[in-house]
Write a protein that binds this ligand. Structure first.
Ligand SMILES: [Zn+2]
Length: 367
């Protein structure tokens, strides 16, 4: 493979699916086979409507929101599939037992710009007490008025996470956030833990050893910690990586499976059959992965050339006109890297001269 082809190899790394603008989302919702009940809950910094969808007539109430971080679209896409599911017979049964409040894009400005932060540059998941941002205030008001029995805080995570040290990629990760500094297992936390333990058991056959559990250090500025401390079991869902599925279509299916299972388990109280101990057996989320390791490469730096190295490459997600481009940037190099990767390549096989310029966090360049 020559230089040109090598560069092309990366250029193919564009995902149309990962970019979900509010306009695209609106089109998807319009094509549902039923009219989705919609209320405008308020507006974002840039004046975009933030919609809520209230469904069901049951006594148990679940509040779900996604894309609080605008570039985390996978769980929103799973919510669309959930909305289709709710139109089936099992879905209708679910809506007899539950009342759902779904906010699919809490941060529509971030969704449009493909940024984690809102239009004021604020991480909404650190604004749970200050409530400086309109999006945070909207969520907080819905939380107070709707008085949920459970909350689902739906996110997406980067490709770097493994389920346990040197484990498989964390395709899904969960957390029952702490309610205080001591990380007391309050009755509400225990419920969230039991429910996550149930989801884990349900999903293991589909993604064995690919479910992780987040660290529960207390941060009252995070929404999940805040809502848990206010006495409502809150589950953090993180849609992660699987194989080379950079579109995250498979992950989306797993999120849907997790959502349907979790809602049924709340409806039937089935989650009570699971234990806090089972929750703690889920392996910790660790940061072990890069996207690509190129072996047998000569690495050129300001200090000189290092022969026969391993070069770790991380893809930086960038919004383009066509979708999300995965820009390969230099992560690290060494004779033998202590890292796992989603893909391996051998420079000798793909380059005529296996020499790559290294510049930390810069796009890779071939000399
Ligand atoms: Zn997030």
């Amino acid at each position: 493979m020559d230089l040109f082809t090598f560069v092309k190899y990366f250029e193919k790394m564009i995902s149309i699916q990962r970019y979900l603008s509010p306009e695209k989302w609106e089109t998807l919702v319009q094509s549902l086979p039923y009219k989705l009940p919609t209320a405008i809950l308020g507006h974002s910094v840039k004046g975009k409507p933030i919609n809520g969808h209230r469904l069901g007539t049951g006594s148990k109430k679940v509040l779900l929101w996604s894309q609080m971080h605008g570039n985390e679209s996978t769980t929103t896409r799973a919510l669309l599939d959930l909305l289709y599911h709710l139109d089936t017979a099992p879905g209708a049964a679910l809506l007899k037992g539950l009342t759902l409040m779904i906010i699919p894009q809490l941060n529509p400005d971030g969704a449009a710009a493909y940024t984690r932060l809102n239009a004021n540059g604020v991480d909404l998941n650190r604004d749970a007490i200050a409530l400086k941002e309109p999006e945070s205030r909207i969520l907080n008001r819905v939380f107070e008025n709707f008085t949920p029995d459970f909350c689902f805080n739906l996110h997406g995570q980067r490709t770097i996470f493994s389920a346990g040290k040197w484990g498989k990629p964390a395709t899904l990760s969960f957390l029952s956030p702490a309610a205080d500094e001591k990380r007391t297992i309050t009755p509400e936390r225990a419920k969230a833990m039991q429910l996550i333990a149930g989801i884990n058991k349900e999903l293991q056959p589909a993604i064995p050893d690919q479910i992780g559990r987040y660290d529960d250090t207390f941060n009252p500025n995070c929404v999940g910690d805040r809502f848990t401390s206010l006495g409502v079991p809150t589950l953090l869902f993180e849609a992660g990586h699987f194989g080379l599925d950079y579109d995250r279509n498979f992950t989306k299916e797993m999120v849907l499976k997790a959502l349907i299972f979790a809602l049924n388990a709340i409806h039937t109280d089935g989650y009570l059959n699971h234990t806090v101990e089972e929750y703690h057996l889920i392996p910790d989320n660790e940061k072990d992965y890069v996207d690509l390791i190129i072996q047998q490469v000569d690495v050129k730096t300001e200090d000189g050339v290092y022969k026969n190295q391993e070069l770790a490459v991380q893809y930086r997600e960038e919004k383009t006109d066509n979708g999300i481009y995965f820009n390969p940037v230099c992560h690290s190099f060494g004779a033998k890297l202590e890292l796992l990767s989603h893909r391996m390549a051998n420079a000798k096989e793909i380059l005529e001269t296996p020499l790559i310029d290294f510049s930390l966090n810069k796009s890779i360049e071939i000399s």
